[in-house]
Design a binder for this molecule. Structure first.
Ligand SMILES: [Zn+2]
Length: 416
């Protein structure tokens, strides 16, 4: 698969660090970020690159040449006049005969690219967007998708957003079919997001790939400092799903939100104090934050899947406002005892996912390559401790509506 790297931007926001070189040539450690991108993909079998250049593009061309010094093939497309970040793609149509990887040239990442490609093929769409939660969803563009991860809406920063939304942000890495470039867009400057991708929403051809891997742009001096630290410490590399991950599994009711018995109405959902702080600590650590919750209210017919989804979007929105995010949530909708009025018969079963069974943790381990023995389960109930130990995790019990940050601190300290 070919990789197109968009390296034509100007990078004005970061000009305090370097103003006379293109943004992708800014060094992190001893290498330009563009080189780190190429090396990361090369070791995974990607050898053919096309780099689109404009502003100060000769600096990039002089450094990389035809790629042979780096063990890859590199071609260039030089924009004589600015075409917008997607204009060059239309000029490159003849060279893009198969699905291709499209990435921004100023993003530090380490992700399992073959896993991403496999997902794209399985979904069979024209476009797959690499998406992830971030610590500032309230001022980020948001990707909204259905249960099958098919993208239905794309909210830009300035668009009005729903009251509650899932923390799912476009990371600037995509796979595109050349079919997307078949219809010429009659504009002088073509913007990838606005003019090419956004119009595909709701057409059943664009999918989101939710990932926990490390992808960060270095658009501001603060972010630049952070990605530099993360690269040096090895965190960037370790977050790739080609390596085993560690997780802190969290119960929901009584651990994240105030316990109210069966929570049926969205208004009853209230974050406990210290929860955002606790989850931010997990986000800054080497652990994934994964929620695993029994929700028999579904089987009991008291809450629909849609209502539960709305409740979880409220949770993500409230956490997001305080800079915290969860990497994934699993819920068990089942309940074993049948014979009640209003129940959903097919969910009244003895399942493998209802805690204290470890099904949700085992599924997470499979989905995210998690080493359960290096992971924690934190919750307020016997069923949490049961599920955690059955999965082989270390368990920390907190009081109902207790202080989650203490438990997280304990887990993170034990590791050191
Ligand atoms: Zn279940």
């Amino acid at each position: 698969m070919k990789t197109v790297i968009m390296a034509g931007g100007k990078g004005t926001r970061i000009s305090s660090i370097a103003s006379d070189i293109p943004k992708p040539m800014i060094r992190i450690g001893d290498k330009p970020v563009l080189q780190l991108e190429i090396e990361s993909l090369k070791k995974q079998g990607f050898h053919d690159f096309i780099i689109t250049i404009s502003h100060l593009g000769h600096v990039i061309r002089d450094y990389f040449g035809d790629g042979s010094d780096f063990g890859v093939n590199i071609e260039y497309y030089n924009e004589e006049k600015p075409l917008g970040n997607a204009g060059a793609l239309f000029e490159l149509r003849d060279r893009l005969t198969e699905d291709f990887l499209l990435i921004n040239g100023d993003v530090l990442f380490e992700f399992d690219a073959n896993r991403f490609v496999e997902y794209h093929r399985k979904k069979g769409g024209l476009v797959t967007l690499f998406t992830h939660p971030n610590s500032h969803p309230y001022d980020s563009g948001l990707i909204i998708a259905d249960n099958n991860c098919c993208v239905t809406r794309w909210l830009s920063k300035e668009d009005e957003r729903p009251l509650y939304y899932r923390n799912r942000v476009n990371a600037g890495i995509h796979i595109l079919s050349p079919k997307v470039l078949e219809n010429r867009i009659e504009k002088e400057k073509i913007d990838l997001d606005r003019d090419v991708l956004k119009p595909l929403c709701g057409k059943g051809v664009m999918y989101a790939y939710d990932s926990t891997e490390y992808v960060k742009d270095m658009g501001t001096p603060e972010r630049y400092e952070q990605v530099s630290r993360d690269l040096l410490s090895g965190k960037v590399e370790r977050r790739s799903l080609s390596h085993q991950q560690k997780a802190i599994f969290l119960d929901r009711d009584g651990t994240i939100n105030r316990y109210v018995g069966f929570l049926r109405k969205i208004d009853q959902f209230e974050l406990l104090p210290h929860v955002s702080e606790a989850i931010r600590m997990i986000n800054d650590s080497e652990y994934l934050a994964i929620v695993v919750t029994n929700q028999p209210v579904i089987a009991r017919g008291e809450v629909t899947f849609e209502e539960l989804n709305e409740i979880h979007m409220k949770m993500e929105t409230l956490l997001g406002k305080e800079g915290a995010y969860i990497d994934r949530l699993y819920f068990c909708p089942h309940h074993p005892d049948s014979g009640f009025e209003g129940e959903v018969k097919q969910l009244k079963i003895v399942c493998d996912c209802r805690k204290p069974k470890p099904g949700m943790l085992l599924k997470a381990a499979e989905d995210y390559n998690i080493d359960l023995n290096q992971s924690y389960m934190i919750g307020d109930g016997d069923n949490d401790m049961g599920a955690g130990s059955a999965a082989g995790c270390k368990c920390i019990r907190i009081d109902r509506d207790g202080d989650l940050s203490e438990a997280v601190r304990q887990a993170l300290n034990e590791e050191i």
